[in-house]
Design a protein around this ligand. Structure first.
Ligand SMILES: [Zn+2]
Length: 297
């Protein structure tokens, strides 16, 4: 069966251990299946982009031996695709303009979603009530969305109750992550999404959008998010160190250990990847949303 996987980093900084784990799991799952592995740079949020980060990410993947297929795709150059998808949704009356400010959404919210964002109560669903249109939202339904994650098991979410009608086009004119990722995965023919469990709660929204747009739903595998001793997700903000591309073998061995794969000692980077591809057992990965990374220094 055809397999197309992808790694889709945001160029907000160099790869750190957490993003490497997601990249490695995705690469191994694709290569073990004899599949294709695509690289997509999610650079829609230009103000958050760090100059030089794209080159740094490509260099690190290359130095580690995580080779990708075909040209690197940049979301910032794909606005036409996202616009066409929004028009398709608008034609189904699935979207509406929201005039609420950030403060108004927070004040009217019925609670917080899993990602900490306020749940939008649908204030502008039927009328803008004289407000200026700011963001475009997707009309959601109480119908629960379920799927079986290959590591995390069965998942179910009522988007309307747990997230609310979510934004597809932001007030600053930027296409929202949820829209872009769904369009790109479909256009690129992605069959398998392997990524960090911080995106587990986004999956129901993405499946809902896939249904409205007539796209196939890929298989999903969410690996635990690497956290530090304080339980914080590794990131630039929490002081995660960039991957040392000059030391590929110990770096790959640590990432494999995090994924609960134990290669024989003394292998070089190339041999480690060959071993891991032949011995890839995703069912060994911890069925947890987060996992403490061993000391990284
Ligand atoms: Zn509103």
């Amino acid at each position: 069966m055809r397999y197309v996987g992808r790694f889709a980093p945001s160029p907000t900084g160099p790869l750190h251990f957490g993003s490497l784990v997601a990249a490695l799991a995705s690469w191994l799952d694709a290569r073990a299946a004899g599949g294709t592995w695509l690289l997509r740079i999610e650079d829609l949020d230009k103000p958050r982009e760090q100059p030089g980060a794209v080159d740094e990410i490509l260099h690190t993947l290359d130095a580690l031996g995580l080779d990708w297929d075909g040209p690197v795709v940049f979301q910032s150059r794909r606005g036409e695709l996202y616009r066409a998808a929004l028009e398709q949704l608008a034609a189904q009356h699935a979207t509406y303009w929201c005039g609420c400010s950030r403060r108004e959404v927070a004040d009217s919210s019925l609670g917080l979603a899993a990602d900490g964002a306020p749940i939008y109560p649908g204030t502008c669903r039927n009328a803008l009530s004289g407000k200026t249109p700011r963001a475009l939202r997707l009309r959601t339904t109480p119908q629960p969305i379920g799927f079986v994650d290959r590591v995390q098991g069965p998942q179910v979410q009522s988007i309307e109750a747990e997230v609310g009608d979510f934004v597809l086009l932001r007030a600053d004119g930027v296409y929202a992550y949820q829209l872009a990722v769904v369009v790109d995965d479909a256009v690129q023919g992605v069959t398998d999404v392997v990524r960090g469990a911080d995106l587990l709660d986004s999956t129901a929204r993405q499946i809902y959008l896939q249904g409205l747009l007539g796209y196939a739903t890929p298989r999903y595998l969410h690996v635990p998010v690497a956290v530090n001793a304080a339980g914080e997700k590794l990131s630039k903000q929490t002081g995660a160190l960039p991957i040392d591309a000059a030391q590929p073998a110990p770096t790959l061995a640590r990432a494999l250990a995090f994924l609960n794969h134990a290669p024989p000692a003394g292998l070089g980077a190339r041999e480690l990847l060959d071993w891991a591809r032949g011995n890839w057992r995703p069912e060994r990965i911890a069925r947890q949303r987060s996992l403490a990374a061993a000391r990284l220094a």
